[in-house]
Design a protein around this ligand. Structure first.
Ligand SMILES: O=C(O)CCC(=O)C(=O)O
Ligand SMILES: [Fe+2]
Length: 222
């Protein structure tokens, strides 16, 4: 990984409160938030190291939930590995996302109940075509969080995530998968895609969900 060019001041005594406040304000105002250098240096270092060490635990990603899960090479080509609390690194990531969850629930009353996330590896040439992470009315995934784990990413290396503001938007907002950047958006509102990269591209994609078990039905993670 490249040198961490983080400003120490970004992680001073007001971290993570100020960051979470900016995210909450963005979500309230426009439904998405893009925050460079959002993950603290020690955590970004742990995650960046782990994602490159677990290469043999990655499996091709599919499309759809468990019962209609299928691999579709024309839609997505990445490989994924789910993150759990079995390692200190996984646990540190879950602690950070839990802090954000608590903050957003207090500020925005989102009722975020659970969180699931996986590492993703896009080899050169891999992509993920334009899609939604959740479908209206299914009330499963509410908020998407993507964190990027690539040092020194250059703008001519591709691999941007393009976040489209609605169904008709063709231009979108391009997000470089740069070390420590976090993109957060309402899962039902924003179509998005991952463009082909020239380099190996590492990230974490995660989703906060509502409690769908309230009707007496157990709603398993995918
Ligand atoms: O890696 C990214 O930038 C986004 C990935 C994504 O859209 C997904 O896994 O659903
Ligand atoms: Fe997505």
């Amino acid at each position: 990984m490249g040198a961490i060019a983080y400003q120490a001041s970004d992680f001073g005594p007001t971290y993570p409160h100020d960051l979470f406040e900016r995210i909450a304000n963005d979500l309230r105002g426009k439904g998405y938030s893009i925050q460079p250098q959002a993950i603290p240096p020690h955590l970004v270092w742990q995650l960046t190291t782990q994602v490159r060490q677990i290469d043999d635990e990655f499996a091709p990603a599919g499309v759809g939930r468990r019962d209609d899960f299928q691999r579709n090479q024309f839609i997505r080509r990445d490989e994924i590995c789910w993150i759990n609390g079995d390692t200190a690194t996984g646990q540190s990531w879950l602690d950070w996302t839990a802090q954000l969850q608590q903050f957003l629930n207090r500020r925005l009353f989102l009722g975020l109940f659970s969180f699931e996330s996986h590492y993703a590896h896009y080899a050169p040439g891999d992509f993920y075509k334009r899609h939604y992470d959740a479908f209206r009315g299914q009330a499963n995934r509410v908020l998407t969080v993507v964190a990027y784990l690539n040092g020194d990413w250059q703008s001519d290396e591709g691999g941007e995530m393009v976040l489209y503001l609605d169904d008709t938007d063709q231009q979108g907002i391009k997000v470089l998968p740069a070390l420590g950047t976090v993109a957060i958006f309402l899962s039902e509102e924003f179509p998005h895609e991952v463009l082909c990269a020239k380099r190996h591209r590492y990230s974490i994609a995660g989703w906060y969900r509502l409690n769908n078990s309230l009707a007496g039905r157990i709603d398993p993670p995918r």
